[in-house]
Design a protein around this ligand. Structure first.
Ligand code: 13P
Length: 336
C-alpha cells in the first residue's frame, strides 16, 4: 500500500517568479497559462489530464500523486459536483486549491457549466463563469452541447469573450457525450456503430471559428461516468473511440481537442487519441468510486484510495509520469 505525503499549506508556492500580466481586476494566475501548457502537451505528444473533485478531501491526494510522480494535471470541478455531490461551490474548491494546490504540478479548471443542464433546466452559465474568473480559475468550460449548433455557437462565444477579457482559456463542447442524464443509456455498441451524437467535423470548424473557443470537447464514442443516483456506483461501460473520426476533426479544426469520459477507455485508444489531437483528458469515475467505497471506513482511507487510483491512472492508463518538468520547462526558458 502506498502512503501519500500530506502537504502542509504553503501559499509560497503561489509566489511564482514569472511576471504577472493579468489585469488587476482578476486575481493573479502565476506561471505559464493553461492554454500554453495544453499547447505544449500537444507539441510533445503527451496529454494534460484533468481530475474532477466531487468531494473536497479528494483534492489533497490528487495533488500529492501528481507531485510525487512529477506529473502535470488540472484540478477540476463541474457544476453538478457542487449541486449533486459534496464539493459545495466553485469558491470552496478554489479555497481548497489555495490550501493544497501546487502550481508546479497543477492548474485550476472549471469543468462543465451547462447552458441547459442534465435535468433540462436553464442555467445562468455566464454568472457562474464570471464568478470562476473572479475566483482565479485558470480555464473554464461552457457546455452548450444540448443546444442547436447556432445557439451553442452564440452561448459559447459569450463565454469565449469573457475568457479572452480575463486571459483564461475557454473550452466548448460539440456533439453528445452521453452519461450525465438520469435515464438509461442506449446500448453502447449500437451507439458506437451508428456514430449517433458524434461531433460533425464540418460543424466543428464553424463552431470553433465563430465561437472563438480555444479547446473543443468532442464526442467520438466516449461516454461520461454515470453520475445519476442510480448509476453512480456501477462499473462504467467500456468505451471505444473512433480514431478516424477524431483525425478528421483534428485536421478540420486545428485546435487542441478534449476527451471527456476518460475512465474505462482501453489504453490503446487513449494513446492513439493523443496522437490525433487529444491534448486534455478528463478523469472522474476512476478516482471518485474508490473514494466513495473507502469512505465507509474513514476519510483518511478514502484519501489513500484516491492516491492509489491516481498512481494507476498516471503510470498505467495515461503514462504521464514526469510531464510537469517537460511542460513547465517552457516556463524556465521564457523566464531567461
Ligand atoms: P469519467 O467519469 O469517465 O472519468 O469522465 C469524467 C469527465 O468527463 C468529466 O468531465
Amino acid at each position: 500500500m502506498h502512503s501519500f505525503r500530506l502537504s502542509i499549506p504553503d501559499l509560497a508556492r503561489f509566489s511564482h517568479t514569472t511576471p504577472m500580466t493579468t489585469p488587476s481586476t482578476t486575481p493573479p494566475r502565476p506561471g505559464l497559462s493553461t492554454a500554453d501548457l495544453v499547447a505544449r502537451a500537444r507539441q510533445l505528444g503527451t496529454v494534460v489530464p484533468g481530475f474532477n473533485i466531487p468531494y473536497l478531501p479528494m483534492m489533497q491526494p490528487v495533488v500529492a500523486a501528481l507531485r510525487d510522480t512529477g506529473s502535470f494535471g488540472l484540478i477540476m470541478v463541474a457544476r453538478l459536483e457542487w449541486e449533486k455531490f459534496e464539493s459545495r461551490s466553485l469558491e470552496a474548491i478554489r479555497d481548497e486549491y489555495l490550501r493544497v494546490g501546487d502550481r508546479n504540478y497543477t492548474r485550476l479548471h472549471l469543468d462543465h457549466v451547462p447552458v441547459i443542464d442534465e435535468d433540462d433546466r436553464t442555467v445562468d452559465f455566464l454568472e457562474i463563469l464570471g464568478r470562476a474568473v473572479q475566483a482565479g480559475y485558470d480555464s473554464i468550460m461552457v457546455d452548450g452541447s444540448r443546444l442547436s449548433l447556432a445557439e451553442n455557437i452564440r452561448c459559447t462565444r459569450q463565454a469565449a469573450d469573457l475568457g479572452r477579457a480575463a486571459g483564461v482559456a475557454v473550452e466548448g463542447e460539440l456533439g453528445a457525450v452521453m452519461g450525465h442524464e438520469a435515464g438509461p443509456l442506449p446500448p453502447y455498441e449500437e451507439l458506437f456503430a451508428s456514430g449517433r451524437g458524434f461531433t460533425d467535423p464540418n460543424e466543428a470548424v464553424k463552431f470553433v471559428q465563430e465561437s472563438g473557443v480555444q479547446w473543443l470537447s468532442v464526442a467520438i464514442g466516449n461516454i461520461h461516468g454515470a453520475i445519476s443516483a442510480a448509476q453512480k456506483d456501477k462499473a462504467k461501460t467500456e468505451a471505444r473511440l473512433n480514431i478516424e473520426h477524431l483525425a478528421k476533426i483534428q485536421r478540420a479544426t486545428g485546435v487542441p481537442l478534449v476527451l471527456h469520459g476518460g475512465t474505462g477507455i482501453r489504453k490503446e485508444y487513449i494513446q492513439q487519441a493523443i496522437r490525433h489531437g487529444i491534448a486534455k483528458i478528463n478523469v472522474a469515475t476512476a478516482i471518485r468510486q474508490p473514494y466513495e467505497r473507502a469512505l465507509k471506513q474513514s476519510v483518511a482511507a478514502a484519501q489513500q484510495a484516491v492516491y492509489d487510483a491516481m498512481l494507476v491512472v498516471i503510470h498505467q492508463d495515461l503514462e504521464i509520469a514526469g510531464t510537469a518538468k517537460q511542460l513547465l520547462a517552457a516556463e524556465t526558458a521564457k523566464g531567461r
